[in-house]
Structure formats: C-alpha cells, structure tokens
Write a protein that binds this ligand. Structure first.
Ligand SMILES: Nc1ncnc2c1ncn2[C@@H]1O[C@H](COP(=O)(O)OP(=O)(O)O)[C@@H](O)[C@H]1O
Ligand SMILES: O=P(O)(O)OC[C@H]1O[C@@](CO)(OP(=O)(O)O)[C@@H](O)[C@@H]1O
Length: 718
C-alpha cells in the first residue's frame, strides 16, 4: 500500500489499531487434473501451528484458481506459513512446498511472492503454482462490517469477506470496536441522484400524452384526472409536449426537420440471423447468450462515442413497426412495453409508448366507486370492463382507436416503432387495429363526431408500410399474479382515490374476471408470446412469422429479460495518472488517490454485496479499470464486452454486477437505465469516485448514488 494511502486509511480509522487483510491466491491448471487441493499451514494456531492435518483449505474460485483470505492483527509481529497439497480423497497425505517458510510481516504490506514448487517422487515431477497475494490495512470500521457479514453467513462462508481471523476472540473484537451490534452505515455515503429518483414511477404515467384528446379539449371533467395528466405533462421528461409544438396549416403538429427522420444507431453488432420460423417454439433454455465471449475490441470508449456520431448517418431502413401488446390485466404489458421502449430508444430507434389506459382515464376519469360528475364520463368500476357492457366496450374501443390514430400519425411524422399498450384481448379489437395500421380503416362514426376537430377531418394518411407484431404476455403463476394485482392497485391511478386497499383489490379482481371471459389468445398474424417469463421456471418465448433485423433484436432482448431483483453498480475507474495530468484516453495506471478509491471500492462492494451468494465484476481491458478492480476479492472478474451485448447481458444476469469502466462507456450504459435520449449522452456526467447503483426489480428501475471520497477532482476526463 502506498504511504499516503496507508496514512489516509489510518487517519480514517481515527488512529485505532488497524488490521492487515491478506488475500492469497494460488493458480495452477494441473492441480484439478491431479485431484489435488491446496492448503495453507503456518505458525499461528488458526493456521494449524505447523500441523498439516489442521491446515486451512483454500477455496476453489475458478477452474485453476484457489483462494484464502485472513485478517492478521497488527500487534502480531510475523506469521510464517507454507502451502501444501492434499489429494481430494485422502487428506491425511500431503506434499509440502519446497523452499523456506514464507513470512508475513504485520503492519507492512511487503510480502514475498514466489511461485510454490511441489516435488513428486513419481512421473508427475515438479508442479509449479503461481502465487498472488494482496494485503490491505483495514480500519476497525471496515473490519466490523466484514465481521458482521462473516457472522451472519458463517456457513457457508461469505464470498468477499475474510475466511479466517487470526485472533477472533470476543475480547479483541470488542477492543477493536467491531461488536456484532455495530450497523453497517453505507447510507452515510449516499448523495442525491440527478436524474432518476429513488422512487419508481408508474410506467403508464410516462407514456405518450393523449394528443388527440388534449388538442381537442375533450376529456373528463374530473379534476383529479386532469390534474394528474397535466402534472405528468409538466414533469414529463418525454419530448412529446404538444402544448409547445409548431402547428402546420392544418393545425397539426409540424415536427422539426430532425424529428422527421428516424435515428438509427448500430453499436457494432451484426444483424442477428433470424430465420422465418412458423409456429416455432423456442424454450428459454435453448436461447443462450454467450457470457464467456471475450473477443471484443478494446476501444469501448470509442464505441460509445460512435453511438452519438452514428446518428448523423440517418435511417438505414424505412419500415415502421407497431408492437401491439396483448394480454389480460396485470400480466406485465405496461412494464414490458416501457422496458422495450427504453431499449429501442437506446439503440437509436425513435420509439413511443402509447398506453390506452391513459387515454381512457383522460376521457372518462379514473376508476371510482361513485358516479363521476363529468357529463361525458362513464362510471368505471369493474362493471365498465364487462364484455357484455355495450357502452363500456364502445368507450374502450373508442379510446383505443384514438391512441392508435395518434400512434400512426406520429409514425407518419417520422416515428419508427410504436408500442401500443392495452389488453387488446379480443380478436375484434385486434382486427380493428390491424386495419388501421394497414390504412384501411374507416373510423367508426362514433369516433369522428365527438372527437375529430375540423383540421383532423381534412387530414389524410400518407401510405407507408407498417408491420404489426402482437406481443402477448401470459402468466399462469398464481403467486406472481397475486403480487401483480396488488402492485397494480397500489400504483395505478385508477385506484388513487380508493382509500380501502382491499376493496380496490376486489374490484380489480372482478375486472380481471370479466376480461378472462372474453379473452382470445393471439393466433393470428405475426406474434411473440411471452409465457411465464417471471415464474422462476425459466419461461418460454413462442414466435410466429417474425422476420427482419429489428424484430429479431426485440426477440433477443425479451428472451433475456426477467424480474429477479438485483443491483447493478456502475463506477468509473479510480483517478488515473492521465486524469491528474489532464490527458484524455491513454492507458495509464492509477494515481495514489485512484488506488485509495480502489481499496475503498473493494470495501464498499464487500459490504454492499455481503449477503449476495455471488456477483460478477466487469472491467474494461485498460489497466486503470483492472487496477481499480484488483482489491476486490471473492468474485469472478472479466474484461471487455462490446456495449450493446452488455445491456442484454446486464438484463440477463440474475446476480449483482459491478461494472468498472470509463466515462464514455458508463454514459452509454447509464443513458439506457435512465432512459436518456442519445443526444444528451455526451453531457451526462459520471463523476469519479462515485458508485451509481441501479436497482432492477419488479417495480422497475431505481437509482442510488454513493460517493466514497470527497476531496478529489470528480470531473477529470476519461
Ligand atoms: N412477463 C411478465 N409476466 C408477469 N408479470 C410481469 C411480467 N413482466 C412484468 N411483470 C410484473 O407485473 C407487474 C404489473 O405489470 P403491468 O405492466 O402494470 O401489467 P399490465 O399492463 O399487464 O396490466 C409489474 O410491476 C411487474 O412486476
Ligand atoms: O381497452 P383494453 O384493450 O381493455 O385496454 C385498455 C385497458 O387496459 C387496462 C386494463 O386494466 O389496463 P391499464 O390501465 O393497466 O393499461 C385499462 O386501464 C385500460 O383501459
């Protein structure tokens, strides 16, 4: 440990007695073949007091790597030790390494690192093992956190925490300030998040504002609904704010020139080869993403920058895509639609999410158990959704047609992918949508008369080709459904005024039962069925008549999505020597401040992920990221992926992931999670020495930030 960093660590512990954390790794591809397991034994009683039968077992971390970590108190002068090998099936026999004892001098991180040589008297000859050792002086605080994790998860051992404490008696623990009651206080590092909040927003609220209803002024007189919608317009990050749009001669919105063309960004992945399967069933287990692929180019920063530059190339194809969601309520349609929207936007495809519920709420008010006062509103208890409620069915078809009309018009203006989110649970409804998309639909009188203004009547649709794909979400898992229904009642504006939660749940269940009576699963056209994707049994994706580059990518994305909650931690590398010199790029190593950050990061990750069974650490191939990851122990590390597969892979992972990389790359990843438009990407600040925690789970995406160090320049370039 560099002197300044050691001093800083000592200062941070308030001068209390520090401990030496030692991590030992042994690498040898031959051991597994020979059926041998490495151990450590040494002078301290915990290490067997030179008794080979009491040697400490090293844990296998990878095929050819074994590890052991320990805490040595600073008052212990030296600790002598050696490696020995024992056959897997015969622990009484052992081969001790050649050469003198190894010494660990406490209070210093100077350790002799030489390869371990084991001599065999048979044809095996000499087996040589590489030894790696890392040491770190830990403050009592760090140790307390680690000890707590160790205590809570004693069997099995916590990965990332130390395996052995050389004098773990309660007296010395108390003396060093790590009583088991001490709380881990990561919260003290939390700083505000500039973009996403830590609360999840109900996904439907972030969908497109009902343009046709807002421009014609026809909506429910229900104040709550208006308030809700207008608030969401004000606070909506979406660029689709009609109030401030330019109007053409026909009164329609005239988009600025740039908006008229779809923006495509290819981040360097080739088009997946997608055959044209008919009624093909792909089970999740058959579709695999190769997480081991490591043949990625090194210039990941350039890839991210290129994502922005690519926008200048303009559209590569002019085919519009309408993704029409299908499914009973509470099947994750809005959730999936929002996620897909975010992904496609991130890829550079102009995408909008139209939620019919939002239209319905604006036109007819929110769900209430009492009659609404609005003249044109329909009471919306569960009864409103009955399949034989003619008035309800018409009202729902009407708002669905309006939303579809808005979506198609937006496509005509230049939009590329429209995601149409409603139950669309009957064939009749889907036929209506298909006809509209094909430009063949004669709008029912019902819609034209009260809604269309004079300008709209004059409007004609320009012909363009639009592919419709139905995306049906099916869920048969009663536990998942029960949770989903309760989430809906908690979050949906339909129940915002319902004070009795259980009454809300009953009403929603009744609504669902009405839908079930008339529900007709998709059997027509091009479709993707997501079946039980969140049930824990793996799920299935069924596809029919899907072809083309973008639909192929969508399928690939969907097959990798799941709802297992897990954090994704994004951080830049520690400050590099080039950062200090003000140089951008290069491959310099870390400054002293940067290596202090790397140790703090390791300690943070150890605490943050203490209860996780596993996690993975991803770094770039540049040494500043690899060095930043170096002090992190106990979790597998891998370097460099291309950016677009990283998103898919981040979605696919069920365990936590820590990404240590460069500003440009993190900007691009962060833009995905925060749903930031690509043009804002160069301005997203990813400060040094700060961890951005993205929490993925059943409710969506949340963000939390931790700043581990204060007194350093946090704006240095990549
Ligand atoms: N494929 C899926 N199957 C089942 N549940 C899902 C799926 N995807 C997401 N969910 C869960 O369903 C909850 C409710 O989803 P939501 O999108 O509001 O339902 P819907 O739009 O179908 O009424 C989400 O908060 C999420 O936790
Ligand atoms: O008209 P259909 O196709 O049923 O779909 C729209 C309806 O979907 C519903 C069904 O519950 O879901 P949501 O609001 O959750 O998006 C209603 O709000 C909305 O009116």
């Amino acid at each position: 440990m560099a002197a300044a960093a050691a001093a800083a660590a000592a200062a941070s512990s308030g001068g209390m007695s520090d401990q030496l954390f030692v991590s030992i790794k042994l690498e040898c591809p031959r051991l597994a073949e020979l059926g041998l397991v490495p151990h450590v034994f040494g002078s301290h009683p915990v290490a067997g007091a030179w008794d080979p039968s009491k040697a400490l077992l090293m844990e296998q971390e990878e095929a050819a790597v074994w590890g052991l970590s320990c805490i040595v108190p600073s008052h212990r002068e030296t600790l002598d030790f050696k490696f020995l090998l024992k056959p897997k099936d015969n622990s009484s026999h052992c081969i001790v390494e050649e050469g003198p004892d190894r010494s660990l001098i406490c209070g210093s991180n100077e350790v002799e690192i030489r390869n371990a040589l084991f001599k065999f008297n048979d044809e095996t000859g000499v087996v040589e093992c590489k030894i790696f050792m890392e040491t770190e002086i830990l403050s009592p605080f760090d140790l307390a956190a680690s000890w707590k994790a160790h205590q809570e998860h004693l069997q099995p051992r916590v990965r990332g925490a130390h395996d052995v404490i050389m004098n773990a008696d309660s007296e010395s623990r108390a003396k060093n300030g790590f009583a088991s009651g001490l709380e881990l206080d990561l919260e003290k590092y939390v700083v505000p998040t500039p973009n996403m909040g830590s609360d999840v927003v109900y996904a439907a609220n972030l969908t497109e504002n009902p343009r046709s209803l807002l421009t014609t002024g026809i909506s429910s007189n229900n104040d709550t609904t208006k308030g809700f919608l207008h608030n969401s317009i004000k606070g909506d990050a979406s660029p689709n704010l009609y109030a401030s749009e330019n109007k053409g001669a026909d009164g329609r919105h005239v988009p600025p020139q740039e908006e008229q063309r779809a923006i495509f960004v290819d981040r360097g992945v080739g088009s997946p080869e997608f055959a044209r399967p008919t009624n093909e069933t792909i089970s999740m287990s058959n579709i695999k993403f190769d997480s081991e692929a490591k043949d990625m180019p090194a210039a990941e920063g350039a890839v991210a920058a290129a994502a922005v530059a690519d926008q200048m190339y303009g559209p590569k194809e002019d085919r519009k895509l309408a993704i029409v969601l299908v499914g009973l309520p509470a099947r994750g349609k809005t959730f999936t639609a929002a996620k897909l929207t975010r992904y496609l936007r991130w890829l550079g495809h102009e995408t909008k999410h139209f939620n019919v519920g939002k239209y319905r709420r604006l036109k007819h008010g929110i769900n209430q158990s009492t009659s609404l006062s609005a003249s044109n509103s329909v009471e919306q208890t569960a009864d409103f959704f009955r399949g034989d409620n003619k008035e309800g069915v018409e009202a729902r078809n009407e708002v669905a047609a309006l939303a579809m009309e808005d979506m198609l018009y937006w496509m005509q203006e230049g939009g590329q992918v429209g995601i149409f989110d409603a139950t669309n649970s009957t064939r009749n409804r889907r036929n209506m949508l298909m006809k509209m998309a094909e430009g063949k639909c004669k709008f029912p009188k019902l819609i034209i008369v009260p809604i269309m203004n004079i300008n709209r009547k004059r409007c004609t649709y320009k012909a363009y080709s639009c592919t419709v794909i139905f995306l049906e979400t099916i869920c048969n898992d009663q536990n998942v459904l029960e949770r989903n229904m309760r989430l809906k009642v908690q979050r949906s504006p339909d129940y915002a005024e319902q004070t009795d939660f259980e009454a809300g749940v009953r009403d929603f269940k009744e609504r669902l039962a009405y839908y079930e009576k008339v529900y007709e699963p998709v059997e027509e056209g091009s479709y993707v069925k997501m079946i039980d994707m969140v049930s824990g049994t793996g799920g299935q994706l069924q596809i029919n008549d899907i072809s083309g580059y973008l639909p192929g990518r969508i399928v690939f994305f969907l097959v990798n999505c799941h709802l297992t909650p897990r954090p994704i931690l994004l951080t830049r590398h520690g400050e590099s020597l080039d950062n200090v010199r003000g140089r951008i790029g290069g491959d310099s190593s870390l400054s002293e401040t940067g290596s202090l950050y790397s140790r703090k990061l390791a300690s943070f990750i150890e605490k943050r992920l203490a209860s996780e069974r596993t996690a993975s650490i991803w770094t770039s191939t540049l040494q500043r990221s690899i060095l930043t990851a170096q002090p992190i122990i106990g979790f597998p590390k891998s370097s460099l992926f291309r950016l677009e597969p990283v998103i898919i892979e981040l979605e696919r992972q069920r365990a936590p992931v820590v990404v240590i990389s460069h500003q440009a790359v993190l900007r691009a990843l962060y833009a995905y999670f925060a749903d930031k438009p690509l043009e804002e990407l160069p301005n997203i600040e990813i400060p040094l020495h700060t961890i951005i925690e993205i929490q993925m789970g059943v409710a969506g995406v949340q963000e939390k930030r931790y700043k581990l160090m204060d007194a350093v320049n946090s704006t240095a370039g990549i």
